[in-house]
Every structure is written in C-alpha cells, then in structure tokens.
Design a protein around this ligand. Structure first.
Ligand code: 0RQ
Length: 497
C-alpha cells in the first residue's frame, strides 16, 4: 500500500492509529472528510478507545454532512463530542443533541466551506481525510465524497490521512474547485451539469501532514428498500406533472434534476426507469445513489453531478468494477459547488426535497419534530429549494401510523417559506402554488394533499381563522398549534384519541 503514496517524502509519516490520534486532545477543532461516505474510520475508533480507557477529553467535530454510526455514532456514545456541525443523521448523536449534551448548529451546506475559510468556525487544528492515494506532487485523491474536504485540507494546521484500499482509479472522478471569497468574487464557471472546472485532486501542503494510516475499513453501505406505496404515488404525481409542463412548453425538457435522499427520491428515480418519456437527463444533485447507476446503464441519464456517492454493497462492487465506464458520466464536487445557489439558478434545477411537515400556506419544516426535537438538519434542501427553477416539497400525508398529519395549520418550526416552494405533493395529490393566492393554496392543500381523516379538522380550523381574524393568510393564534398540542398530550393528532 506504500505505493499509494506517490510523493516519497511522505512515506516516513506512515504510523499507527494511536500515534496519529495523539495530535487530537481536549478542545481540538477536528475537521473530518465525509459526506454520507468517505469518512475516516481508524482515528475515530482510536479516540473511542482512549475515552473507554478513562481519558477525559472532548473535541469539536466538523464534517461535510452525515457520517453514520462508525463516526458520529461511536464518538457520541463515547461522550467525546462537545460541538457537532453540520447535518448528521445518527440516532445516538440526535438524542444527545436533543438532551443538550452535544452542541449543534444547523447550516446550509453550501455555506460551510466559505465560513471555515473566513475563520468563523475557529482554527482548523486537525483535519482527518480519507483518500485513495497521494499524488507525485503531494496532493490528495479523495474517496467517495468531496464535501468540505478541500477547504479543511487547505486550512488545517495538521493533516492526518487514512489511505483506503478503494481503487486508485477513482482518480479523475472528482472535480475540485475552491471558489473565490468575497468581496469581488468571480462567477463559478459551470454552464452545464457535466462541466469540469477544477483539478482531479485536492491541493495539499505536504509539510502539514503529521500522520498517514492504511485502512482496510469500508463505509457502512447504504441499505435500499423498495419504495413504499406512498412514495411511489408521490413520484407518479411529480413525473406526470413535469411531463405535462414540458408538453405544454412551459418547462424545457433539458433541465437537470436534484432529488434528496430517502424513499421518495428513490421512487422518483425508479419512476424514470419505467417511463420512456424521460431520456438524456442530467442530474445536478448532492448525493448520488444506486439508482443513478441504473439510469446511466439504461441511457436515461447522460451525466450525474454530486458531492458524494452513497451506494449499497452491490452498488459499490458494480461501480468499482466498471469505473472506466461510469467515470465519464459522474462528477463529484465540493458541496459549495454541487449546492451553489449561483449554479443551481443558472442551470435551472428541478428540485425535490422531503419535509417533516408542511402548513396550509406552504411553509415547510424539514428538521424539527413537534417544533423542538431535531431530526437530522437542513442539509442541502434550502440550497436547492430557494434556487431551483421548479421546486417540489414532498411528504407522506401522515406519520407514525396516521397519528400525525404532515399537513398542519402552521408548521412548528420553519426551514423553508412559502416563497421557496412551488409544488406541494403527498400521496393524495399535488398543488401547484405558483398561480394561487395563499387562501387558494390553503383550500387546495387541505382538499388535495391532506390525509382524508384530517381534512375536516383542517378545513374547520381554516374557516374559524377566516371568521376570527380574516387577512391575507388567516390564522387563529389561540388554536394554531392545537393539533400539535393534542399529539403531545394524547399521542395522536386525532380528536377521537
Ligand atoms: O421516524 O425514523 O423513527 O421511523 O421522521 O421519516 O418517512 O422515513 O422519511 O427518511 O425521507 O426522512 C424530512 C427527516 C424525512 C429527511 C426527513 C419521522 C418518521 C421517521 C424519517 P423513524 P421517513 P425520510 C438534501 C436533502 C432534511 C434534509 C434534506 C430530512 C423519520 O428527508 O432529514 O432535505 N430532510 N436533505 O416517522 C413526526 C412528522 C414526521 C415524523 C416524518 N410530521 N412528525 N415524525 N417523521 N414526518 C439532499 C440533496 O440532494 C440536496
């Protein structure tokens, strides 16, 4: 594996996890690679070992986005995380954040790298980066994600590298470009989803590398289950609607697509496979999953751009075996480029993102259950919803065995507002809010998107709000959260419980 270090002076830095982790002490600002995949594994495990041996320390942990059980999960469980930013999705870490034992602040993913370069997150004491190789010039070839790694490497005082056994032929998959910072920044020159504007490696100052480890570990592979009935219905509504808009010439057929992660995203992408209307598509998204490989193989997708690939075990084998074929069609970029508001606007992305709840006027909560409990974070949903050419917000109409309505009078936490949301979709139907007044939106969302069991309750609320207060977006503040309060009191939003 030493042959993966093509810059000979760095070969002396090969060491063991204990020596590498000694650079991390109480209060270290620790910036790691990783964006659903491509995160370091050995040093986090060593930190857990130290904590279990009785050492008392806490680090401030910054990643690209979620890193899963093998980093966020074990570090949270070991009690060594003081701060965590940004998006995470691990159950243990979520519990500790909601218990106020880990400090967490949510950010738009496109903004982070710039904030770190500006110094707003404090000094970058140590960066730990997973890579497949170090080039002859001492630069880094990342693995399956890019995220914020180029900026973390640029700003770090000390760099620790975990070299994996994933194929070195990943070289050429990545397009690394760090945009200028304010003031007077120049445009990011992406004009088509496939454009490559940067370098195939991450620039690195080799003199800051303090340790190199060889890793046999793999990312926890994603497990994909077939989309359920609600997700399939939501996907059908979206694909029918876009087909209709294209056939009426209100939407160019060539706009690129972004789709979040999860059931509905998979259902939409599977829907493309079964629908010969859609072909030669571009994807300009954040995370690319197995379905993208299928769509490339079918010729439905021409090119897919993202910041990371999250594949199942089978998907990884398939991708690595046929890298030569996929490398021409897939580009991985820093998240400040994959999610750049400027580029998303220019390309005219069709964006689909999932909500926890949506209110009758189209305001969206993507992050907090019952207003208080953090779920995961805003991720890239704000980057795409605020800037896409056509934006969908989707959710099953109910949660927790129909005890919660995802359509509510007023969202209990606001991530996206009515001005960013074009189309609201549940399994029951779709409302295009663009030509409607807020009152028309409310009427259609209640009668089309809400679950039938909750329509009367929502309609009665809306009528009472009109009669009590009237106005452009009528609300009755004395009972606007009655459904949420009933759930907190009885375990259900239904009146009969
Ligand atoms: O709870 O895990 O205990 O079963 O939320 O919900 O239905 O499994 O759906 O996995 O797609 O997650 C919004 C959280 C949806 C996610 C959210 C509970 C539900 C379940 C998960 P359990 P589902 P998903 C950018 C994309 C924000 C970031 C983003 C998310 C759990 O999509 O984090 O958009 N989005 N990134 O029971 C109480 C409700 C609920 C509820 C769902 N109303 N009340 N609990 N749940 N609705 C990617 C790009 O590419 C840009």
């Amino acid at each position: 594996r030493r042959a993966r270090i093509h810059y000979p002076p760095l070969r002396d830095k090969v060491t063991d996890a204990g020596t590498a982790a000694a650079h991390i002490q109480d209060g270290t600002n620790l910036f790691i690679s990783g964006f659903t995949s491509g995160y370091p594994k050995l040093v986090p495990r060593e930190l857990v070992r130290r904590a279990q041996a009785g050492e008392e320390f806490k680090v401030n942990l910054f990643a690209g986005a979620s890193t899963g059980e093998s980093v966020d999960g074990i570090l949270a469980e070991a009690g060594v995380v003081a701060w965590r930013r940004p998006y995470m999705s691990d159950r243990t870490m979520r519990r500790l954040i909601n218990d106020n034992q880990i400090r967490f602040k949510d950010d738009h993913l496109s903004m982070l790298s710039g904030q770190v370069r500006a110094g707003n997150w404090g000094p970058v004491d140590v960066a730990i980066v997973e890579a497949v190789a170090i080039t002859e010039d001492g630069n880094l070839i990342p693995t399956m994600s890019v995220g914020n790694t180029p900026t973390y490497v640029k700003k770090a005082d000390k760099i620790i590298i975990e070299i994996t056994h994933e194929p070195e032929e990943l070289y050429g998959l990545h397009d690394i470009f760090i945009p200028e910072d304010p003031p007077y920044r120049m445009p990011i020159p992406i004009y088509r989803a496939a454009d490559r504007i940067g370098k195939p490696h991450i620039d690195m100052d080799p003199s800051r590398v303090v340790a190199i480890l060889f890793s046999e570990e793999e990312d926890c592979c994603a497990v994909f289950t077939p989309p359920d009935q609600a997700a399939r219905r939501i996907a059908e509504h979206i694909l029918d609607f876009v087909r209709h808009e294209i056939s009426k010439k209100r939407l160019p057929a060539s706009l690129p697509w972004q789709s979040g992660v999860g059931d509905v995203a998979n259902a939409v992408l599977s829907g493309f496979l079964e629908d010969d209307f859609y072909h030669n598509l571009d994807i300009y998204s954040e995370v690319l999953q197995d379905s993208v490989l299928d769509l490339i193989d079918m010729g439905t997708v021409r090119v897919a751009s993202g910041s990371a690939m999250t594949l199942s075990y089978k998907g990884r084998q398939r991708f690595f075996n046929e890298l030569y074929r996929y490398k021409d069609k897939i580009v991985l970029r820093p998240v400040e480029i994959s999610n750049s508001p400027e580029v998303i606007r220019r390309l005219g992305v069709i964006a689909i993102n999932t909500a926890i709840e949506v209110d009758i006027y189209g305001h969206v909560n993507s992050t907090h259950v019952m207003g208080s409990q953090l779920m995961n974070g805003i991720g890239g949903s704000g980057d795409f919803l605020r800037n896409g050419a056509l934006t969908f917000i989707v959710t099953p109409s109910t949660a927790k065995g129909d005890r919660i309505s995802a359509i509510v009078p007023m969202v209990s936490h606001v991530d996206h507002n009515e001005h960013s949301v074009d189309i609201i979709v549940t399994e029951h139907g779709l409302v295009d809010t663009r030509p409607l007044t807020p009152r028309q939106v409310a009427e259609q969302v209640i009668t089309t998107c809400a679950h039938p069991d909750y329509r009367e309750m929502l309609w009665e609320y809306y009528q009472r709000a009109i009669h009590a207060n009237g106005g452009h977006e009528p609300h009755d503040l004395s009972e606007v959260f009655a459904m949420h309060q009933r759930f907190l009191r009885t375990g259900s939003m239904r009146k009969d419980c």
